[in-house]
Design a protein. Structure first.
Length: 291
């Protein structure tokens, strides 16, 4: 009976793996087919009879380099900013006692529960009405603010990022205060204690925050697609969405080109997760430990 349960669990996991890998495999193979051949394929997987990498080669001659570096820079920016912010706020909420601490913690948890779609329109209006930017006057009218401006990619923070503050606070609650007290007795300052004592000890959860924010930001489609119209300032997901919309409007059904671009876009996050998943698992495990 125990062996049967093990095989059943293995079969369920295998089925789940097939379901998850199928879209990526389909996209990879579809990018290797020719346009006329893809339109005549009806199989579950578009196995190309005459494989070609023309669609993948043409990607790097159609302006993909700039969106790629925009996505890379944006992902690194948010990964560093949210990681640092989570460390500072999580440490303060765990170690310091001040009036309103519990309320602030509940506020962070509630902010994480707000669906992003509810804040979409108010945020758009806020970014479009920033005074003295994008041609706006002091009242916020007359121009476009940060709409279609490259800075828009680096100023918007999702309420969901607040969850990392809570997770880092959880790991701090499970960490004894002996390390910090010894550092303070040796004359260490507040910031020096965090940088030289806390950060090295809490590397797993910090790596988890960094990697997850990098992956989430890399896959962010809504922000560039809504706020950026200039392909020079957009990111890879926004570039893919704009390209698909443009091809649909002109009636050009070059699906191999679209699938090749989608494959290239999703490949970096997949590789990051495959090679660094142990840090993510270890970080979440440490966040659930209570000492």
């Amino acid at each position: 009976m125990k062996k049967l349960g093990r095989w059943l669990a293995l079969a369920v996991l295998l089925l789940g793996a097939v379901v998850m890998i199928y879209p990526f495999l389909f996209s990879l193979l579809a990018g290797m087919t020719r346009r006329q051949e893809f339109q005549n394929l009806g199989e579950m997987l578009p196995l190309p009879k005459d494989p070609t990498f023309q669609a993948y080669r043409s990607i790097f001659t159609t302006g993909l380099i700039r969106p790629f570096f925009n996505t890379l820079l944006r992902s690194l920016w948010y990964a560093f900013v949210i990681s640092g912010f989570s460390v500072m706020m999580g440490y303060v909420l765990s170690r310091l006692r001040f009036k309103g601490r519990t309320f602030f913690l509940y506020f962070i948890i509630c902010a994480n529960m707000i669906p992003g779609v509810l804040t979409l329109i108010p945020t758009y209006i806020e970014m479009a009405r920033i005074p003295f930017l994008g041609g706006n006057d002091w009242t916020g009218f007359g121009g476009s603010g940060l709409i279609n401006h490259p800075a828009i990619l680096y100023v918007l923070l999702s309420p969901a990022s607040a969850v990392w503050i809570f997770l880092f606070r959880q790991t701090m609650d499970s960490l004894p205060r002996d390390y910090e007290e010894a550092a303070y007795m040796d004359g260490s300052t507040f910031m020096n204690t965090i940088v030289r004592i806390i950060v090295p000890i809490q590397r797993p959860i910090i790596a988890t925050i960094f990697l997850n924010m990098a992956i989430v930001t890399w896959n962010d489609f809504m922000t560039p697609f809504i706020y950026i119209n200039n392909l020079k300032y957009t990111t890879l997901p926004g570039y893919v969405g704009t390209l698909v919309a443009a091809l649909q409007q002109v009636g050009d059904r070059d699906y191999p080109q679209i699938f090749a671009l989608s494959t290239i876009s999703v490949l970096p996050p997949v590789l990051i997760f495959l090679f660094l998943q142990r840090y993510i698992v270890q970080g979440f495990a440490n966040a659930g430990i209570k000492g």
